[in-house]
Design a protein around this ligand. Structure first.
Ligand SMILES: Nc1nc2c(ncn2[C@@H]2O[C@H](COP(=O)(O)OP(=O)(O)OP(=O)(O)O)[C@@H](O)[C@H]2O)c(=O)[nH]1
Ligand SMILES: [Mg+2]
Length: 334
């Protein structure tokens, strides 16, 4: 996981010799959860899972949470737990601003404290900073309670993606592959405790943020309305501009409220799409290639579940397990 453009897909491609699409514009790139080419490292079979990030430029955070939650709960139901969870952070970022903190805070709620021992915070873009600048930022990220210190105290590791080479990626994965696989908090909440998505820690956190966002917008809207009232009737242009601003705010509020209201129902729908796709794949494994995203754009999308986060998960699967869960993937592997 990690903010959009932090280098999740680039890392995965380098580690697994895959050719998943990498971003080249300001728009978010990875739209779906996608599996990289499986490979072996020190006798461990590894599948890296690429996910979109919460600050996607085209989809709402609820959509992203539904997508990730759905993928994670289904794989957990099938008996799979994660050996490694990588959170990618650009060391070139001058600030750990609101967006980055929000992203990380949702990541924490998804994983839960118990899974932190399997988490690596991987910093990228060391080539974009002077070594001493990068080093002092790393120190601040490590020691500041507002940044990564709390999770490092819980057992997470902070690792540089440096050198930026396949060997460099392998060195990072070696720090994770021997881990005991763990269930993430959201997997326990959704599968073991059968909670609704909005009742999970991540769902509740997102809901709280959305509520705060609505309150902030309402405050600004009230100020705008007051301004409109006080503007002279004859000043038609100013009135029209203010009214337009007010309208935009009103639309934003409506969108956030709708998004918030459909968090759980969206998750249920997403899960059904996912399960139907799995069942379809089991029935006719050789006929369905569309919807399986592995190795590159030519492979389509994995499960049609759809869309975005910023999570890169290293998962230990053995070949048999993988084939029973994903028959098409099994046939590709063979
Ligand atoms: N200079 C430099 N560029 C990098 C590094 N890592 C990734 N990039 C570039 O950053 C851009 C975004 O990389 P991606 O791998 O697509 O980032 P992402 O995190 O997968 O982004 P989303 O899919 O949008 O969430 C691409 O142009 C990469 O080539 C790095 O360490 N240094
Ligand atoms: Mg990506």
């Amino acid at each position: 996981m990690g903010p959009t453009g932090s280098g999740k897909t680039s890392f995965i491609n380098m580690a697994s010799q895959s050719s998943l699409r990498v971003g080249s514009s300001l728009e978010s790139c990875t739209m779906d959860i996608q599996l990289a080419n499986p490979f072996t490292l020190d006798g461990y079979n590894i599948t890296l899972i690429d996910t979109p990030g919460f600050d996607d430029t085209t989809r709402s955070d609820s959509d992203i949470l539904q997508l990730i939650a759905s993928f994670l709960s289904l794989s957990y139901e099938q008996g799979h737990a994660l050996s490694g969870i990588i959170y990618v952070h650009r060391i070139s970022d001058v600030k750990m601003g609101g967006m980055s903190r929000r992203n990380f805070s949702l990541f924490r709620k998804l994983c839960g404290d118990n899974a932190m021992k399997n988490v690596a915070i991987v910093t990228t873009r060391w080539d974009c900073v002077q070594p001493d600048v990068g080093k002092s930022r790393e120190l601040e990220l490590t020691n500041n309670e507002a940044f990564f210190k709390p999770v490092l105290d819980l057992g997470a590791k902070m690792i540089r993606h440096q050198p930026q080479t396949p060997d460099g990626t392998q060195a990072i994965l070696r720090r994770l592959i021997r881990n005991q696989p763990v269930a993430l908090q959201i997997q326990e909440e959704l599968v073991d405790r059968q909670l609704h998505l909005s009742q999970t820690m991540a769902g509740a956190e997102l809901g709280k943020e959305q509520l705060e966002q609505v309150e902030r917008h309402r405050k600004v809207m009230a100020e705008l309305e007051e301004e409109i009232r006080q503007t002279e009737l004859t000043d038609i242009q100013t009135k029209a501009e203010l009214e337009m601003e007010r309208q935009i705010l009103e639309d934003t509020i409506r969108r956030v409220e709708t998004d918030r209201a459909r968090m759980s129902s969206g998750y249920v729908a997403q899960n059904q799409v996912y399960k139907a796709k799995l069942a379809e794949m089991r029935r006719a494994p050789n006929e369905i290639n569309e919807g399986v995203g592995r190795g590159g754009p030519g492979h389509g999308l994995y499960f049609k579940i759809a869309l975005l986060v910023c999570c890169l998960l290293a998962v230990k699967y053995d070949r048999e397990e993988l084939e029973s869960l994903f028959p098409i993937l099994g046939s590709i592997l063979r």
